[in-house]
Design a protein around this ligand. Structure first.
Ligand code: PHE
Length: 343
């Protein structure tokens, strides 16, 4: 009995002093002590040779030893895993980075943001209106007489007929909504989608965006309109930009004008962008018609106002020399990536 207990003690010492620094050592430890053919199993096999009165003591000793070995195995196993995690995967800091393509802001959004900033600096606040409009806000309130050919200026998408519900053909509908909702003075602008039943081409689309601005107060004159747009054009296109007005017709403004800016490409000398005129059109404008005021219960004796409307796609084309407005909706990354880094 003494002999076998001495053997248990030896194994115990070996278990305690076995050096373990890595996975291989750990596996050797497991095989030598805990495994099926290990020393502890071997000791248990001795049980049959032990006198029955000593078996209990022997069994207890061997069990203690087994526990000890298993605990040591477990702690070392855990600490090896921890060290491994702390070391982490091998990193070569001199390797070049994997390029990641960042998204870009859409050119229309870039120009829209610029326009919002310019108009807000000029004291215009932003307003909004629905894209689905009734006849009054899109046409009648804006002094389009019923069955008047002026309605055909704008090829309308009808959602319902009699009474008419339409996809708004211009943002001038927001003028009516604002005049109904708020008493003058009003100095506000709106940017949004408009819809016209037109064939899609390089220069026309059935969905596009307009910027509508208007100012109603006492003594607002055509000079205010001109200076406002002149300042706007210089801010957006650069200090050397000139503007000019050509007489035009809109049912909701009188007098009405079409506005041009001096061609930015050739600086007025003439090129294929401005069709050798030196000027490019950016929108329409005018003094708000007395009938529009009346339709919105605003006293035309007390107030005057101007309004202007411009196409966002067109302005963006001029600013960034986009030759075909279908590019805006094709999601071609070669086009969109040219605006990388711009906001
Ligand atoms: N609503 C007009 C259009 O779509 C533009 C415009 C707006 C003209 C405001 C005058 C005043 O063509």
């Amino acid at each position: 009995m003494m002999e076998i207990l001495e053997k248990v003690k030896q194994v115990q010492q070996a278990v305690e002093s076995f050096p373990i620094d890595n996975k291989e050592h750990l596996e050797a430890f497991r095989r030598q002590f805990i495994g099926q053919k290990g020393a502890i199993k071997g000791l248990m096999g001795e049980m049959k040779n032990i006198a029955p009165e000593n078996r209990k003591t022997f069994g207890q000793e061997v069990n203690k030893l087994k526990q000890l070995a298993e605990e040591r195995f477990k702690t070392l196993q855990d600490s090896l895993i921890e060290t491994k995690q702390a070391e982490g995967p091998a990193v070569d800091l001199s390797l070049p980075v994997i390029p990641q393509q960042q998204g870009t802001v859409h050119p229309l959004t870039i120009v829209k943001n610029q326009i919002v900033q310019i108009l807000e600096r000029m004291g215009f606040n932003q307003s909004d209106g629905p894209e689905i409009e009734d006849d009054f806000h899109n046409f009648t309130g804006l002094n389009f007489p019923e069955n008047h050919p002026a309605r055909e200026m704008q090829d309308t998408f009808f959602i319902e007929k009699h009474p008419d519900i339409v996809l708004r053909t211009h943002t001038s509908s927001v003028q009516i909504r604002q005049m109904e909702a708020f008493p003058p003075p009003l100095r506000t602008f709106s940017i949004g989608r408009v819809f016209r039943n037109e064939a899609i081409s390089a220069r026309a689309h059935c969905i596009f965006h307009q910027i509508e601005g208007f100012f109603i107060d006492t003594n607002v004159s055509f000079v205010d309109l001109k200076q406002t747009l002149f300042h706007f054009a210089k801010e957006l296109f650069g200090d050397d930009t000139k503007i000019r007005f050509r007489p035009s017709y809109f049912p909701f403004t009188e007098p009405s004008a079409e506005m041009d800016i001096s061609c930015r490409i050739c600086k007025g000398k003439g090129c294929n962008i401005c069709k050798y005129t030196g000027w490019v059109e950016i929108g329409g404008a005018g003094m708000i018609d007395v009938n529009v005021f009346k339709n919105c219960n605003i006293d035309p004796e007390a107030y005057t106002g101007f309004a202007f409307g411009m196409g966002l796609e067109r302005i963006t084309m001029l600013k960034y020399q986009v030759k075909d407005l279908r590019l805006y909706t094709e999601n071609d990354l070669r086009f969109l990536r040219q605006f990388r880094g711009m906001m």
